[in-house]
Design a protein around this ligand. Structure first.
Ligand SMILES: Nc1ncnc2c1ncn2[C@@H]1O[C@H](COP(=O)(O)OP(=O)(O)O)[C@@H](O)[C@H]1O
Ligand SMILES: [Mg+2]
Length: 290
């Protein structure tokens, strides 16, 4: 019994090591971005759903992974009632293809299902089987957007570590800033990640957005000795909660609202990032400044 468990552990470690040696956590060619935050309720799910819609409109084949295994709601946000969720896949009731659902604008979604406490702490073998299946799907997509939970739980750290790029969402609230710093510090100390795009949400104006970015960047430069990258700033906009109520992306319902205009600029910036060149740190990266 014990030796069987040891064998399984050894196989798992070997498979994980092979993944790393093969040049990255996810298939090369499938670009991946995690949208994450220290504090909850800062707008991650809204940003992922609307970014996926915009990038789809721009001609990208986008796959959305709902990695908020405890409080998943991207399907609810988009008015979708999935037949199966990642929970069904992880518990062996269906294939990953059966979990895939089509969202607005041509995006594909892997919904997580909500309120499943066990899924907030995925076991290493569950993570690996999910990763393998996503890699198998990878050739059909250009971009994987990962909607993570908030905080520094093992799941959040894991999904951030898998992604090539990490977008940290912050609002001007002081608690959102301190929690964002804590998350960045964990990703740096445990995974040597030092490339983070910061997206400010719910800012009163551009000036406030700038101040928030400069404040967070100043602390990171002082204590962690690297700089953050500014991805943009989204205003607090009443069209966002209005679109949530009608379960449609705000960029589709109110394409001319201020939040939609700003998010379109962000989508364009993401689209213009050159393909990754590889070679830095634990995983391969691409540099927007190359
Ligand atoms: N730019 C914004 N303007 C106004 N309300 C927003 C904005 N972004 C998010 N919200 C509101 O904040 C709430 C939380 O957003 P959500 O995307 O679910 O956050 P998270 O996924 O980080 O928990 C939603 O009810 C949404 O309507
Ligand atoms: Mg969310």
């Amino acid at each position: 019994m014990i030796s069987r468990a040891m064998d399984q552990g050894r196989t798992l470690r070997l498979m994980t090591a092979m993944h790393r040696l093969s040049g990255g956590a996810l298939t090369a060619g499938l670009r991946s971005m995690a949208v994450t935050s220290g504090k909850g309720g800062v707008g991650k799910t809204n940003v992922v759903a609307n970014l996926a819609f915009l990038l789809g409109e721009m001609g990208n084949r986008v796959l959305v992974l709902d990695a908020d295994m405890g409080l998943a709601n991207i399907d609810v946000l988009l008015g979708i009632t999935p037949r199966y969720t990642l929970r069904d896949f992880l518990e062996g009731r269906c294939t990953i293809e059966e979990v895939l659902v089509q969202g607005p604008g041509g995006m594909s979604i892997l919904p997580a299902g909500s309120g499943v406490v066990e899924l907030t702490h995925l076991q290493p073998d569950q993570r690996l089987s999910l990763l393998n299946e996503i890699n198998a799907l990878g050739s059909k997509y250009d971009l994987l957007l990962i909607d993570t939970a908030a905080g520094v739980s093992p799941n959040v750290v894991h999904f951030n570590a898998l992604a090539e790029e990490i977008i940290v969402l912050v609002t001007p609230e002081p608690t959102s800033l301190t929690d964002a710093y804590a998350l960045i510090k964990v990703m740096f100390t445990r995974h040597r990640r030092r490339r983070f795009f910061v997206l400010i949400n719910e800012a009163r104006n551009e000036e406030e957005g700038r101040q928030v970015f400069c404040g967070l960047n100043g602390v990171v430069e002082r204590f962690l000795h690297f700089s953050l990258m500014e991805l943009g700033c989204l205003p607090k906009d009443p069209c966002v909660p209005r679109a949530v109520k009608s379960q449609r992306p705000f960029v589709e319902e109110y394409p001319h609202c201020r939040a939609a205009q700003k998010l379109r600029e962000v989508a364009q910036r993401i689209r213009n990032l050159p393909a990754r060149r590889g070679g830095e740190g634990e995983y391969a990266f691409f540099s927007p400044y190359a």
